[in-house]
Design a protein around this ligand. Structure first.
Ligand code: HEM
Length: 343
């Protein structure tokens, strides 16, 4: 390796990839004893993506893999990325989110469904018999990037450098360049939604339905989706996440859904949004979108860099202990050693 290549920052997975026409969301649990199989597959994933994607370069195939907290400990051991934990449950007066135990997320995106299908097939050929499938959803672009509620979804996503700053971890040592991702699979009550009429729907979302123009602050109700999801830090700076929601459904079974997926450099931003939506801000002022949308799943994952996946580094679990200063009386029982063992 040359000196200059050694200085390159680690390569992130394709979290910043554009909205595509097709996506697959695959969530699995790793069976007991199958950790090495999962680790080997994750290491080979960038290669598998090239294997399928290179045959149809214009299709823009990408695959992002995320690892849940419990699976991280089993597959990679300590230490864990600083903010990787199980997604909390958010419970308000009317609506409660769910957390579904999940170990691995595969977020496949392409402009062609067949590319997602082919790569998912290769992934499952390696994992079949070693994992339990929690969920598999195939999403599609609906006209001009609308959700099945009929609204354009994704408009206010950050772009360019702003997107990278919003989603890539930059203060966690060996985990820098990674990201956090939250997924939730929602089903909509379309009969109730359609009974609202367009103007009332616009007050639920906070934007015009046809033109996608944002309602003014005076028009936008405090329980609209936008009012509750525009959040700021203590200095008033807006906190962004990168969403790549996809519609899915089976009209014959009256199934109409939105697969929510949000990437962020810290899960605390997404968790604050979920708190606002489910508990309400102030509490009780919940997101009206939830009166028509029910989450069936929910999970949080850390997205390692490509370098980490391909060659997981050995990371010391904690800094090496300082050498013990000799006790003044020469005995070996220093206070310091008691302190350390009680940590
Ligand atoms: C904005 C739909 C769930 C966070 C929007 C917009 C729509 C939408 C139509 C307006 C256009 C845009 O900027 O994208 C939905 C649907 C959901 C859902 C159908 C599932 C039922 C969520 C969840 C979160 C979230 C769970 C966060 C945890 C946001 C944010 C914005 C947004 C941050 C942009 C706000 C702004 O800066 O204007 N969503 N969303 N959404 N949504 Fe959602």
């Amino acid at each position: 390796m040359t000196a200059s290549s050694a200085e390159l920052p680690p390569e992130s997975q394709s979290v910043l990839g554009p909205l595509t026409r097709a996506a697959v969301f695959l969530v699995v649990r790793v069976d007991e004893g199958a950790e090495q199989i999962a680790k080997d597959l994750l290491a080979d994933l960038p290669g598998l993506q090239r294997t399928v994607g290179f045959r149809a370069l214009a299709g823009g195939l990408t695959c992002v893999a995320g690892v849940g907290a419990a699976a991280w400990d089993r597959i990679y051991g300590a230490p864990r990325p600083a903010e990787l934990h199980e997604l909390p449950v958010f419970s308000g007066d009317r609506h409660t989110s769910v957390t579904t135990g999940a170990d691995l997320l595969f977020h496949l995106r392409a402009d062609r469904t067949d590319l997602c299908f082919e790569l998912e097939t290769l992934i499952m050929d390696r994992l079949r018999g070693s994992v339990t499938v929690v969920d598999e959803v195939s999403g599609f672009r609906y006209f001009d990037a609308r959700d099945v509620l009929g609204f354009v979804d994704g408009t206010e996503n950050p772009t360019g450098g702003g997107a990278a700053r919003a989603v890539l971890v930059d203060d966690d040592g060996p985990f820098d360049g990674g990201s956090y991702v939250v997924v939730q699979k929602y089903l909509h009550d379309m009969a109730a939604w359609n009974a609202l009429g367009t103007e009332a729907q616009e007050l639920v979302i906070g934007r015009r339905k046809l033109s996608d123009v944002e309602l003014s602050d005076e028009e936008k109700p405090p329980d609209s989706h936008l009012a509750l999801n525009v959040i700021t830090d203590e200095d008033g700076n807006e906190l962004d996440i990168l969403r790549d929601n996809m519609p899915f459904g089976r009209p014959a079974y009256d199934e109409f859904g939105t697969y929510f997926i949000g990437y962020a450099k810290t899960p605390s931003v997404i968790e604050r949004m979920l708190e606002n939506m489910f508990v309400g801000a102030p509490p009780g002022n919940h997101d009206r979108i939830l009166d028509f949308s029910t989450p069936l799943t929910g999970a949080l994952f850390y997205v390692p860099t490509v370098d980490f996946l391909e060659d997981p580094p050995e990371i010391p679990a904690s800094p090496p202990a300082e050498p013990e200063p000799p006790a003044p009386d020469g005995s070996s029982l220093g206070i310091g050693s008691l302190r350390r063992s009680s940590r």
